[in-house]
Design a protein around this ligand. Structure first.
Ligand SMILES: CC(C)(COP(=O)(O)OP(=O)(O)OC[C@H]1O[C@@H](n2cnc3c(N)ncnc32)[C@H](O)[C@@H]1OP(=O)(O)O)[C@@H](O)C(=O)NCCC(=O)NCCS
Length: 216
């Protein structure tokens, strides 16, 4: 039996634990939780009954292991690729976790290492890349694309055909107009109403959303 190790000990990680427990109740062949890997948490800690095994670099020593990343806050989302690389394990060792109460069109695609939490809905033709985190109650309308390493916080609404670039962060409750592009590495603040393209690396917020900070 494969064991699933979660990168990071945080709220997202605990939500992933809940999702995996529900998935295993339906399908016992889904990997069981092995533990958390975290560079800062003490290794004698257990959260929700799940032990912290050690730092992320321990990943390569673990046998029969698969992984998923839970790290990606508004402060840390830019480091997701580096965190995943720090495991030293091949890309094929990452699996996606789709909460049983998420709903995806049969024509939607979700890449490996990505997470969909409860009540999220993916419409027809939606494409979600690798290592994307989509928290609860997001609605991703038809033909939207979300590129690798991006994060959608709770309650994000993407209209049809929206394109989210790599490594972007969309804050809680923001809404994006149809066919708009969110640039690579940009951050959209909570509650924003985005009516036009957001250039790469910028922070936008407000209704209508405006640039708060340009790329460094
Ligand atoms: C956009 C954001 C990154 C800005 O954070 P910040 O750089 O610390 O900015 P500040 O709080 O210093 O605010 C700077 C200005 O932007 C405004 N502002 C900040 N966030 C805003 C938002 N979401 N919507 C509208 N205005 C916002 C502030 O009122 C302030 O305006 P002022 O200069 O006129 O006083 C942050 O507020 C945000 O929305 N983060 C996402 C949080 C989130 O979704 N978390 C999900 C966890 S599950």
């Amino acid at each position: 039996m494969k064991r699933l190790f979660i990168l990071g000990v945080n709220g997202n990680a605990r939500d992933i634990v809940d999702a995996v427990r529900l998935l295993r109740a339906r399908d016992p062949s889904f990997p069981e939780i092995g533990g958390f890997l975290d560079d800062k948490a003490a290794s004698d800690l257990a959260v929700d009954g799940v032990p912290v095994i050690g730092p992320i670099a321990r990943a390569r020593e673990l046998a029969d292991a698969v992984f998923v990343n839970a790290i990606g806050s508004p402060e840390s989302y830019g480091t997701k690729l580096a965190i995943i690389e720090r495991t030293g394990v091949p890309e094929s060792a990452f699996i996606s976790v789709i909460h049983p109460a998420a709903s995806a069109s049969p024509s939607a695609i979700v890449g490996p290492g990505s997470v969909l939490l409860a009540s999220t809905v993916l419409g027809s033709g939606v494409r979600v890349g690798r290592h994307v985190m989509i928290l609860q109650a997001c609605v991703i309308s038809h033909d939207a694309t979300i590129a690798d390493f991006s994060v959608l916080a709770t309650g994000v609404l993407l209209s049809g055909g929206v394109r989210v670039g790599r490594n972007a962060y969309l804050g809680s409750g923001c809404s994006v107009r149809g066919a708009v592009r969110i640039g690579e590495g940009s951050l959209v603040g909570m509650g924003a109403v985005v009516l036009e393209d957001v250039p790469s690396g910028e922070t936008w917020a407000g209704n209508p959303a405006r640039c708060l900070r340009t790329a460094a």
